[in-house]
Design a protein. Structure first.
Length: 104
């Protein structure tokens, strides 16, 4: 029997690992993270049990982006440009092919 994957999508695992790394390297403390993430989930109206799918990790990413913008690590405009670049790359990529970002 093949074990179930721990994450539904690779990006879920990546944003989770990045967040844990930033916490472990002292960028923020976990209790503060948990409060912020809980507030994001509440703002999104997510009050049901979550299975770790997109709704959960969209809120997770939003929380991380806000935290990094607040401490000056990530400019909100640059984050938006990067998100748009990844979205464009995703939309032009044939189904099943790896998504790559064009570097200019």
């Amino acid at each position: 029997m093949t074990p179930e994957p721990l994450f539904e999508a690779p990006w879920h695992a990546q944003v989770f690992a990045l967040t844990v790394h930033l916490n472990e390297s002292g960028r923020f403390d976990w209790p503060d993270w948990a409060l912020r993430f809980g507030a994001t989930l509440k703002r999104h109206g997510i009050e049901r049990d979550l299975n770790g799918g997109d709704d959960y990790f969209v809120a997770w990413l939003e929380t991380l982006e806000a935290l990094l913008a607040e401490d000056g690590s990530a400019d909100a405009g640059e984050v938006l440009q990067m998100r748009q670049a990844w979205e464009a790359a995703y939309l032009r990529t044939p189904h099943g092919a790896p998504v790559t970002l064009e570097v200019s």
